[in-house]
Design a protein around this ligand. Structure first.
Ligand code: GLN
Length: 544
């Protein structure tokens, strides 16, 4: 039988529903169950690809090239499953589908309504591809009461009715504000939020209470009574100093046990198995996070430094790199638009410099300045996507003396060492993109293979000659036209596409650690399996 868990949020946003859903997935996996993670987002965008990372946080790229909400990053990092575009649904996507059907005449002239047409699509999405999976965990975006969220709650009400409680459950994540003067945790907002859910016909089975203080029996009883829920199913989700402490914390509060009890899967043997798996998988990670053996400071020179969520996967991948080295990495966020003096001052305090991905010309000069500084002062450097493109431009300008070397993305004229490329070969198929297409359609997106040269730093890091990494970019290194310039600039091309037309990895000889990749390796890193590029970058920085 396949079970469905719906994770809803109440009281307010930003309570960490994505991390809660991911932790639930991870705990069920530790019991030996297979899981699938799905996200239902009530916003009207068809996908988050066009949303500004400055407002909404990072756009996460899946293996199949789908651009998704950053919560998918948490899902993959906590559970190491690979999600796909078909696991993500938005209101925009549903309407697009329903309207296309309407245009085709599929509804035979009947009027189209939220119930049943929209809700049916939502239910179909929840159920699809779940046959061979033990648990499908569906996170419903937004907060109970949001106008956009109604059809989703209605769909899960219907589905619970159709499949029955034995196959479905709703976990509601709420918040208990702590009032300092009276030293009290308040349950009223939770009561209101649950009432709202109940008024839509949905009774939560577990209430997960985000709180900065542990909850006592009295509070549990109160929530139990007012929210019509078993006391054992009122579970505390204490604020954690680090997100990777959460699966263990939830387990200690009995969350996975109560979930299994609900589905009649309570089993001492599996409980023991989970216990042991947590010890072997998560405890070493927790140990490093709580008491790291070493410390290292690394700078990220970027554009969206004020909203950390804009670089969430990157941030996490660096933390994973630290875990691999039993170290705590302190990340110094540097705004690429700071003046050179400030940049220099900040960079003098770090042992490693990273220039991340990005779009448009904002902050370009500061990033190039940072790369030059890392190159000349032999500071470990990792460039990602735009970071690779700028490291090529920097070397062309300052080493090969091609002063007007630039990218087609931010200049109208000059030597376009980074240029638009309209077709290339991948896996024996010619792929192409057009400069005038939809904004989203022109990018190289998703997983692509890369050939790595032996005797290179890249080979030392990856330990193999063929890898795959995820991509999200429009422009490419113009190797066809400028190969000799690159040689003069000391750029070593150590990774290319299989047909060698696209540059994937560049590095420098005579530098302790200078490497840049056209891909986004951060999307494939997890605390359990840190990505080798990041663990080696952190290691090199520690050795400086
Ligand atoms: N703006 C660059 C491009 O489109 C780099 C993109 C990125 O860093 N993700 O090619």
């Amino acid at each position: 039988m396949s079970y469905f868990i719906f994770v809803t949020g109440g009281v307010m946003s930003s309570l960490g529903k994505g991390i809660a859903a991911s932790s639930i997935g991870a705990l069920l996996q530790l019991r030996g169950y297979s899981i699938k993670m799905k996200k239902l987002d009530p916003y009207i965008n068809v996908d988050p690809g066009t949303m500004s990372p400055y407002k909404h946080g990072e756009v996460f790229v899946m293996e199949d090239g789908c651009e998704a909400d950053l919560d998918f990053g948490h899902y993959e990092r906590f559970t190491r499953i690979q999600c796909s575009g078909s696991d993500s649904l938005t209101t925009g996507r549903i309407y697009e589908k329903v309207l296309n059907k309407e245009r085709r005449g599929d509804y035979l002239g009947s009027d189209i309504q939220i119930i049943p047409h929209i809700t049916n699509e939502i239910k179909e999405f929840i159920k699809k591809e779940s046959e061979n999976i033990d648990f499908t965990i569906c996170e419903i975006g937004g907060t109970i009461g949001d106008i956009e969220g109604f059809p989703y709650i209605e769909a899960l009400r219907q589905l619970s009715l159709e499949l029955g409680k034995a196959q479905t459950m709703c976990i509601h994540l709420t918040y208990l504000p702590y009032i300092k003067v009276s030293d009290e945790l308040k349950t009223k907002p939770t009561q209101h939020s649950v009432k709202q859910l109940q008024s839509m016909g949905v009774q939560p089975d577990i209430i997960l209470c985000r709180s900065e203080k542990d909850i006592n029996d009295e509070i549990k009883s109160k929530i139990s009574m007012f929210c019509n829920i078993q006391k054992d199913n009122v579970i505390v989700a204490l604020d954690a100093s680090d997100i990777y402490l959460i699966p263990h914390q939830y387990h200690s509060s009995g969350l996975d046990k109560q979930i299994c009890k609900h589905f009649n899967l309570d089993d001492d043997l599996l409980e023991k198995r989970a216990e042991e798996a947590i010890k072997s998988q998560w405890d070493p990670i927790i140990k490093t996070i709580i008491s790291p053996k070493k410390n290292v400071k690394i700078a990220i020179v970027g554009k969206y430094v004020k909203l950390k969520d804009a670089y969430i996967s990157l941030n996490q991948a660096i933390i994973h790199g630290g875990i691999a080295n039993e170290a705590k990495v302190e990340i110094l966020w540097i705004d690429a638009e700071d003046n050179y003096e400030t940049l220099l001052d900040k960079m003098s305090k770090v042992s490693g410099i990273l220039v991340p991905g990005g779009f448009s010309s904002r902050g370009i000069d500061g990033k190039i300045f940072a790369i030059k500084y890392a190159r000349e002062n032999k500071i470990p450097f990792l460039g990602i996507c735009l970071g690779l493109q700028l490291s090529v431009i920097e070397a062309c300008r300052n080493v090969a003396n091609v002063k007007n070397a630039t990218s087609r993305e931010f200049s109208e004229s000059g030597e376009f060492v980074i240029d638009f490329m309209d077709s290339w070969e991948s896996n024996g198929v010619t792929e192409s993109r057009s400069e005038i297409g939809n904004k989203g359609a022109t990018m190289r997106l998703g997983s692509y293979p890369c050939k790595i040269a032996e005797n290179s730093l890249a080979f030392e890091i990856y330990g193999k000659t063929e890898i795959t990494e995820r991509h999200r970019h429009r422009y490419e290194v113009n190797i066809k036209k400028y190969e000799s310039v690159f040689q003069n600039a000391g750029i070593v091309i150590s990774g290319t596409s299989i047909d060698e037309r696209l540059v994937e990895i560049v590095e420098r000889k005579g530098h302790p650690f200078f490497i840049a990749t056209q891909a986004h390796p951060e999307f494939k890193s997890s605390p359990i399996l840190p990505h080798p590029l990041f663990s080696n970058f952190v290691k090199a920085s520690m050795e400086r």
